[in-house]
Design a protein around this ligand. Sequence first.
Ligand code: SF4
Length: 335
Amino acid sequence: MESHIDQAIAAIEKSGGAGDPLAIATARGIVRAYARHYSDDDFVVKAVEDEFVLPLLNPTTGQEHREWHLGGKRDAIIEDKQGIYIMEHKTTSSDIGPQSWYWRGLTIDNQVCLYLIATFSEQPRGVLYDAIKKPGIKPRKLTKAEAKTLDEDRTYFGRETPDDFASAGLYGTKETPSLYECRLQAEYESDGHRFFGRRVIPRLDDKLVEHLAHFCLIADDMDRCRGDERNYYCNPKSCNAYNSRCEYLDLCTGHDHPESETWATRNRGFSDDKPELTMTASSIDCFLQCRRKHHYRYGLRIEKLRKQESPALYFGKLVHEGLASLLLSKGAING
Ligand code: SF4
């Protein structure tokens, strides 16, 4: 088990590069605790980071849409004694307790339904939603007792620290990323059920048929917009969604234009050989949130040049890399 954790830690560090050391340390602590929390997992890993593209079928006529396809990338496909599941990892700041709102509504979530539709021929039992709660703690100053233990034993919250402290006198100094990692891991391990939650979102065929019909309607709306750009109307209520300013605000308010040097071409996020008109869960959600935003992001495919990756995205990517590595190791064992 420990060698698989080491591989996951190496994957996090490789992905993190020269980025934020605190985010990298946080991801390491969480993934270590995760691996131990789920050390009894009894399933076979059939695929990891599994990309798909399929025709968009009209559930009433059985006809393929003339242009649009459905696409995405499933974190993993797994199988246990009950059957096949699609596994999706999520990091979240929300409460993931059993009674929390977090789990409600997932039966009609676009991503959940899209992945179940894409995997339908294998008759999956559902999507195993694997949520990890982000930490609520930050680095803090060491107490006298902690500094003494660290100085004498070179341990912090039960773990040997990799830091090379030159001398004593650590009391009152702030935790380094590695020390914070030790405390964070201890908290996640001691209170695993608060930080790690899983739930199977079952496959409900009537809901999937309904959802497929919705995808067809959305594809028709997208076609209408492509036919006349004026149909990509703005939704000003979304400009500051989740307290984050939309990156296209300057375009919408006439302070910039798409041909200016502010903008770079976005990576498609898909292999180049895939059909141009492929709807993913993200592109569908974006279209439903604001058509104008969808036009910039998925039509013109532009994004802010030299845009700093958001800390939340960077952190999510690190955890994701660690979890993918754990699954790959498990796949190799099953293999
Ligand atoms: S693209 Fe939409 S969400 Fe973004 S600034 Fe324009 S109107 Fe607002």
